[in-house]
Design a protein around this ligand. Structure first.
Ligand code: TRP
Length: 370
């Protein structure tokens, strides 16, 4: 726990994922490993990670079973990567109904035009081919996301770059709310992982994004056999046909992954012919270095990361009811935090009628009643 002093506002993290599939290496480099560092840093008073099932349902209304199954998968992935329920409150969005009340009030502060301008929403609408058939719930999810963030007085929201417009929209809602009703909500800052490599890990086929629908992802829960098969099939440089041919690094998935995961010590351990990645790249570009050797090296590095994750997952899988208990307890704690915020919000909007003695007294006076 970080130290509390009078002039310091509590530092609170809130972030989350939609439970629409198991988590993969892209999630690991882009968010999970950073979350563990943040959790363990001691810089934060509270850390909340939300499994956004209600948001997942905004475009999966016909498939609640998929969402239901993946809640457990995502929780197992979190805890096997080192998210520690003693330090981080992991909860399920739908179990905190206060979030939906906040959303309803925030909706009055946002115009349709503003949501339509949100670049993330724009892209997602395009990706899903929505027109006027867009579910209202999907269209308004940026507003619900503002509720997720503000309900916990989050100061810091770790997200990928694609989510920055969501945080911007949240900040606007906070400013609008505070200007209208008084200083109640906390304006959050986004936190994007540093370094090119952690921005976006391509799929094993070289496509820009790892995704379930493209079938090009390495999952944290994959077996060693599945992983070595995927690495062997990885996209490299199609012009690099013979060993002696010069090879290209740009757009070569093996090297993009090495950029994300390789450290100098890996060479000492697995491939002492080279000191560091620059030397390896230079050789590949010169010619005389094969893809198979590079892939084998990458496989060794990935195993180093994945073995402990896999082992922890096995242990966790031995007591699934315990995972649900942790999520239930997390949801209870999250709910209590959100209740405090909702009470402040309703107070500021003066819609807490029965707690408002002044209101009751003045109305009674107006009618000359007791
Ligand atoms: N929209 C996020 C995603 O698709 C998930 C999410 C929901 C979230 N609510 C949030 C992220 C609040 C950060 C803060 O990944």
């Amino acid at each position: 726990m970080a130290e509390e002093t009078e002039d310091r506002k509590p530092q609170i993290i809130l972030t989350g994922d939609r439970p629409t599939g198991r988590l993969h290496l892209g999630h690991y480099v882009g968010s999970l490993r950073q979350r563990v560092v943040l959790q363990d840093s001691g810089d934060y008073d509270r850390v909340f990670i939300m499994i956004a099932d209600a948001q997942a349902l905004t475009d999966n209304a016909d498939n609640p079973e998929k969402v239901r199954q993946n809640i457990l998968e995502v929780a197992l992935d979190y805890f096997s990567c080192g998210i520690d329920p003693e330090k981080t409150c992991v909860f399920i969005q739908s179990q905190v109904p206060e979030l939906f009340e906040l959303t309803a009030y925030y909706m009055n502060l946002v115009t349709v035009a503003r949501v339509q301008r949100n670049p993330t929403v724009k892209t997602e609408i395009q990706m899903r081919g929505f027109n006027a058939d867009i579910p209202v719930g999907f269209f308004t999810y940026p507003i619900s996301q503002a509720a997720d963030i503000t309900a916990f007085d989050a100061t810091v929201v770790p997200v990928g770059e694609d989510q920055l417009p969501m945080i911007e929209q949240t900040r606007e809602i906070v400013r609008k709310f505070n200007a209208t009703y008084g200083e109640v909500l906390v304006e959050p800052e986004p936190l994007v992982p540093q370094g090119e490599a952690s921005k976006r890990l391509p799929g094993v086929d070289g496509q820009a994004k790892m995704s379930k629908s493209l079938g090009n992802a390495i999952y944290l829960a994959d077996t060693p056999e599945e992983i070595s098969k995927k690495i062997r099939s990885m996209y490299t440089d199609p012009g690099h046909v013979h060993l002696e041919d010069p090879g290209k690094i740009e757009g070569n998935t093996v090297f993009t992954y090495l950029d994300a995961f390789c450290e100098d010590r890996h060479f000492a351990q697995y491939w002492p012919d080279y000191q560091n990645l620059d030397e390896l790249k230079a050789h590949y570009q010169r010619g005389g270095l094969g893809d198979v050797a590079c892939k084998k090296f990458l496989g060794q590095i990935l195993e180093e990361i994945l073995v402990p994750i896999r082992e922890r997952r096995k242990e966790l899988e031995a007591d699934i009811p315990r995972i649900y208990q942790i999520l239930e307890e997390g949801s209870r704690q999250a709910r209590s935090a959100a209740q405090d915020t909702l009470a402040r919000v309703k107070g500021a909007m003066a819609i807490d009628y029965f707690a408002d003695e002044e209101l009751i007294r003045s109305q009674a006076d107006r009618y000359g009643s007791r």
